[in-house]
Write a protein that binds this ligand. Structure first.
Ligand code: FAQ
Length: 339
């Protein structure tokens, strides 16, 4: 896209354009770039509201990735085999990496990581409702992989075409990794479902508990979605919350059948006319309560995050001291004698 317009008109024979005209031209250029599917890059001019929307969404997405490490990390020490433990450690580590890509993408919009973390820790910014539910059994690790990562991919693949370059590029890599996560969850649940009756029952119980919260990940119904219309006009979001939720339900129904598990919704029915699965009503009161901080694990998740941040202060200080000594771009570490 065209670079930021100059603050003053270039010197030339004609009279300088009044500032309102420059602002209007910049907005026109931005609108044309969005309409032409050209990526907006950090140094391009963009409306303040576009920038604020991106900071809000990318930051909340980043917060979800790092808070999302907690429910599954709860099972690392109790994974039933070395193979499962290695896979789970790698997955949780990937989520930390996703948080880093996303915080970096948000920083390109002129907000610092420190400020973003402060907004999370003080409760001024949200993270996904899904991570306020407990992981009660090992099967929950499978249900999170299948349903939570599955929902995340359904929501995030269209974000690879988001109009803001750094966010779109971060999503490409994240989606590839999430797709591995989804498959490991599916494979874990399949093993349990085909195992002993007790293992099958454990898998079914996990799916019963995670199904409805997974549908809530897509956000409020379209009629109540405050930001959707504007985000879709700006090509940040490509589909509405309800469209993506429906897409997810349509994907999951046949997968549940292959798994030999039942989705806990007696109203699930194929609708020939719509060409989609109809589902029962979602408990939006539960969703709103979780967003107000009243979910089963909200307090615990936030407290653990604040503690991890406090206890990690020495790592940040050491990294900053190292960068100051060796130059911000890194550099060769000092040998035994130092430099
Ligand atoms: N939880 O007007 P809308 C993952 C808020 S995946 C909490 O519809 P928008 C991977 C919303 O922020 C999970 N809050 O908003 C993983 C807004 O509040 P605000 C993260 C929610 O932005 C897997 C208000 O409600 N994925 O972490 C939720 O147009 C396994 C009004 O809603 C993303 O963040 C919710 N479920 O649409 C990690 C994807 N839904 O900001 C570990 C990127 C809505 O005004 C393990 N984000 N709200 O205070 C998006 O696509 C969008 O932001 C939506 C919401 C679709 C989430």
């Amino acid at each position: 896209m065209a670079p930021t317009p100059p603050a003053t008109a270039p010197a030339g024979p004609g009279p300088a354009a009044p500032p309102q005209d420059e602002a209007r031209q910049a907005l026109d250029r931005f609108d044309r770039a969005v309409a032409a599917e050209t990526r907006i890059e950090p140094r391009d001019w963009m409306p303040d509201a576009y920038r604020a929307t991106l900071v809000r969404q990318i930051a909340q997405h980043a917060h979800s990735e790092i808070i999302g490490m907690q429910p599954e990390a709860n099972w690392i020490t109790r994974a039933p085999s070395l193979r499962r433990k290695a896979i789970l450690i790698a997955k949780v580590q990937d989520e930390a990496g996703h948080g880093l890509y996303l915080y970096s993408a948000a920083e390109t919009l002129g907000v610092s990581r420190e400020e973003l973390l402060d907004r999370l820790h003080s409760g001024r910014q949200k993270y996904s409702s899904i991570f306020n539910y407990p992981t009660l059994t090992w099967a929950d690790v499978g249900a999170i992989g299948w349903l939570v990562d599955g929902a995340a991919i359904t929501n995030q693949v269209p974000l690879c075409r988001c109009s803001y370059g750094p966010y779109a590029r971060a999503m490409v890599r994240i989606c590839k990794e999430e797709s591995f996560h989804q498959r490991q969850g599916y494979e874990l649940l399949l093993a349990l479902s085909r195992g002993t009756p007790a293992q099958h029952a454990m898998a079914q119980d996990a799916v019963n508990r995670w199904w409805w919260p997974s549908l809530m990940m897509f956000g409020p119904p379209d009629a109540e979605s405050e930001h959707s219309a504007r985000s879709m006009a700006w090509n940040i979001k490509r589909h509405s919350n309800d469209e993506l939720r429906q897409r997810f339900v349509d994907i999951c129904v046949p997968q549940a059948e292959t798994l030999g598990l039942t989705l806990p919704d007696p109203e699930l029915r194929w609708n020939e006319e719509r060409g989609h699965w109809d589902h029962g009503p979602i408990d939006w009161e539960e969703f709103r309560a979780v967003l107000r901080g009243q979910g089963p694990c909200n307090a615990q998740r936030l407290e653990q995050r604040r503690r991890a941040h406090r206890e990690g202060a020495w790592v940040r200080e050491a990294a900053a001291a190292y960068a100051a000594r060796h130059g911000a771009g890194g550099g060769t570490p000092a040998g035994p004698e130092g430099r």
